[in-house]
Design a protein around this ligand. Structure first.
Ligand SMILES: CCCCCCCCCC(=O)SCCNC(=O)CCNC(=O)[C@H](O)C(C)(C)COP(=O)(O)OP(=O)(O)OC[C@H]1O[C@@H](n2cnc3c(N)ncnc32)[C@H](O)[C@@H]1OP(=O)(O)O
Length: 223
């Protein structure tokens, strides 16, 4: 991976904001479709009929497509967009509807409601989903909108099951040494008691810009 993999795009910020909103609404509907598919008990004929309609909708969307994944794009105004990201991608229905809040230097948190699509043990959040959410929030905590970081190592302790429903994730920088940033985080259910605890080492890649005043970093981190 190199900096060249981030795509400079000439689309104006106004147009990016407009398009993001339009497709994000569709993304919400697709999330609803996923949940409805999991939980539907309608009869087989109805399932087959719905399948035909969904296939027709997929064909309409495929009428004009990117050649590959959405990637991370940014424009000259400093707006970045990361629409396919598995955790925060505004156009990715697999991503939980999650908004990460940076409430101070070296810390970040997010609240999200995890439904049937994120189940592992019965009624509980899948362990891999917990790791996915923690990885992203810890990465953003390390990045802090001022530098590019990648996960080096991630260690999780699953203390007890996390019930599906409202979940809060919080991360904070524990220490820094050169290009290595250690982040601690946890995920908790509605009672606020941590169910998963995490420690991660996030690394500023050797190929990343070294000047922290370089706004290029912020563009990627804000994606
Ligand atoms: C965009 C901003 C927003 C942030 C949100 C992102 C959230 C999502 C986070 C992810 O999921 S990132 C995807 C998962 N991670 C990866 O795919 C990383 C794959 N690994 C790499 O690309 C490189 O190995 C890595 C950039 C992590 C390090 O490559 P470098 O060439 O910069 O490392 P280098 O060899 O120069 O080593 C620097 C130091 O880090 C240490 N190190 C390197 N890789 C390590 C590792 N994996 N674990 C622990 N330590 C590691 C290495 O020993 C050394 O320590 P010392 O300085 O003490 O000698």
């Amino acid at each position: 991976m190199t900096m060249e993999m981030f795509i400079l795009d000439e689309t104006s910020t106004g147009e990016v904001d407009r398009r993001e909103k339009v497709v994000a609404a569709l993304t919400d509907s697709v999330r609803d479709l996923v949940d409805a598919t999991i939980r539907s008990t309608v009869d087989d004929d109805e399932i087959l009929a719905v399948r035909e309609e969904v296939d027709a909708l997929v064909s309409r969307l495929r009428a004009a497509q990117l050649a590959g994944p959405a990637g991370v794009r940014y424009n000259a105004e400093g707006r970045s967009w990361n629409w396919g990201n598995a955790v925060v991608g505004q156009h990715n229905a697999l991503a939980p509807p999650l908004e990460i809040v940076h409430d101070g230097p070296g810390s970040a948190r997010a609240d999200v409601v995890l439904g049937a699509a994120y189940e592992g043990p019965p009624g509980m959040v899948h362990g891999g989903v917990a790791a996915l959410l923690l990885d992203q929030i810890m990465g953003e905590t390390a990045s802090g909108f001022k530098r590019l970081t990648m996960t080096g190592t991630l260690s999780l302790r699953y203390r007890r099951g996390t019930p599906l429903g409202p979940v809060r994730i919080e991360g904070r920088i524990a220490s820094e040494s050169g290009r290595k940033i250690t982040v601690q985080a946890h995920l908790a259910g509605p009672d606020g008691e941590p169910t998963v605890e995490a420690t991660g080492l996030f690394i500023i890649p050797s190929w990343a810009p070294v000047d922290e005043s370089d706004r290029t970093w912020a563009r990627f981190a804000e994606g």
